[in-house]
Design a protein around this ligand. Structure first.
Ligand code: NAP
Length: 454
């Protein structure tokens, strides 16, 4: 049994019968069967289905945003933007998949040699609850446009979103069983990965889930793409526009109640501008209005689950015990629901959870450093490597730091890290491997086939 529990009220909204082992077997076999037809379909047939899906998403954006607000606490406006982004990624791959996967001709001594991109078959997606539509659609659009089929194991706390995605695909007119949702807990993921019809797996989630899935996939030699956690550093240099930087930093930290893999998490500020930046940043963090995600004045909803809120608070308490100072928030509010206030910790140093671990909620760790050199060293002092940003008015300086000095998959100058269908997305180190989106993402689940005609 899977439950939707509203994190604002703590009430169970709906329960869903989980699939039995027999049910899982039947679904995987039917998706595998449909692959043999789907892979023969033309790009234009697939593109028509994705254009329909895109239109459908746009027409239902309010209703789907409400579903997210009720299941995991996302503010309605953010939910609407998320659905619009899903519609965009469907259109993007509908328009570009064919050119991305064109044969590459290689000149050699044979009469003809080329590289052809062929689909692998049915791919399993294991997805998180924090962007319950976007995480799935950024996998689904390239994977299906490339001629693969897919099954989804969504996070256990968003079964309503999981079912809604399957219904949207059906309603958009895709052939039966090219995409199905499995309503299962994580204990059954191993069996699914090991199923003969599953050819690869994509997991977005925590580093511990990634290690577990990678080990299982490795044991049966199946490819995986891992999009895992992060502790993104944002560097504030002495020549930055501090007011603008503080606005961007607070926005990135508080979006989705701080529950984003690419949220800014560590703010590394050079000595010269530390007091001024902190003043602007505290002001910006303090303007958030947290409350019921369905109310129009709310800018930050609750966290997705009480246990996640409590784990975050524990990280704050541990960090304070080790010397961090709370300058904003830091206390569980006396109200129902999984709420946690915007929080700023300063004097954060190595050895504290706020320095070493991912803070998956609205808590900012501020770190004071001497200069650019120390800022870069501190930024890279992490096991993660997903995103990073640097703020400076010298764009060339920023570009050099972003390109050569920061060890992360996505590095931005004077902006917050965000995903975009046109750009590859992914990390290094404990943030995972492989890339999603762009021309790189669509090639992850393909047989890159060499064809030589003598
Ligand atoms: P999670 O607990 O790792 O869960 C993610 C998914 O993996 C869920 O479907 C979960 O199923 C499943 N899962 C958990 N443990 C598993 C295991 N041992 N074997 C197989 N499957 C397992 O993560 P979350 O709390 O949903 O999401 C937050 C984490 O995801 C954060 O660390 C965040 O940074 C990361 N994230 C990364 C990206 C990225 O693009 N890099 C994007 C978003 C989120 P159940 O729900 O049934 O446990």
């Amino acid at each position: 049994m899977l439950k939707s529990i509203n994190p604002t009220t703590g009430k169970t909204v709906k329960t869903y019968e989980a699939h039995t082992e027999k049910g899982i077997e039947k679904i995987i076999n039917s998706v595998d069967k449909s692959w043999h037809h789907w892979r023969q379909s033309s790009y234009s047939e697939r593109a028509t289905a994705f254009q329909n899906l895109s239109t459908l998403l746009r027409s239902k954006k309010e209703e789907l945003a409400l579903l997210m607000a009720i299941e995991m606490g996302k503010v309605i406006n953010e939910g609407i933007s998320e659905i619009e982004k899903c519609a965009w990624v469907c259109e993007y791959y509908a328009q570009n998949a064919e050119s991305f996967l064109e044969n590459e001709i290689i000149q050699n001594e044979a009469s003809r040699s080329f590289v052809s991109f062929q689909p692998l078959g049915t791919v399993l997606a294991v997805m998180p609850w924090n962007f319950p539509f976007w995480q799935v659609f950024r996998f689904l659009a390239p994977t299906l446009m490339a001629g693969n089929t897919a099954v989804l194991k969504h996070a256990s706390n968003v079964p309503g979103c999981a079912v809604a995605i399957e219904e949207l695909v059906r309603e958009a007119g895709f052939p039966e069983n090219v995409f199905r949702t499995l309503l299962i807990g994580s204990n059954l993921v191993e069996n699914v990965i090991k199923h003969n019809a599953i050819k690869a797996v994509s997991l977005t989630g925590s580093t511990s889930a990634g290690k577990s899935v990678a080990a299982i996939a490795g044991s049966v030699l199946k490819k995986c793409v891992l999009e895992l956690g992060g502790s993104d550093p944002y560097l504030i240099l002495e020549d930055a526009d501090l007011e603008a930087a503080a606005k961007i930093c607070a926005k990135s930290r508080l979006l989705n109640a701080g529950q984003s893999c690419i949220a800014a998490k560590r703010f590394i500020v050079v000595d010269e501008v530390y007091p001024e930046f902190l003043e602007h940043f505290t002001h910006e963090m303090n303007t958030a209005h947290f409350g019921d995600p369905c109310e129009s004045e709310t800018t930050m909803g609750p966290m997705a689950r009480i246990n996640l809120r409590d784990e975050l608070h524990q990280q704050v308490v541990e960090s304070v015990k080790k010397g961090a100072e709370i300058i904003l928030g830091g206390e569980i509010p006396n109200r129902k629901g999984a709420f946690y206030p915007p929080t700023i910790l300063e004097s954060v140093t190595s050895g504290m959870p706020a320095y070493d671990e991912e803070l998956f909620g609205p808590v900012a760790a501020v770190i004071r450093v001497k200069d650019e050199k120390e800022a870069i060293k501190t930024a890279n002092e992490t096991t993660f490597g997903l995103g990073a940003a640097v703020f400076t008015n010298d764009l060339k300086r920023g570009e050099i730091i972003a390109e050569f000095k920061l060890e992360a998959g996505c590095c931005f100058v004077n902006d917050f890290v965000k995903s975009d269908p046109r750009l590859p997305f992914g990390g290094i180190g404990e943030s995972g491997y492989g890339r999603e989106l762009s021309t790189h993402g669509i090639k992850e689940f393909m047989n890159v086939k060499t064809v030589v005609v003598k």
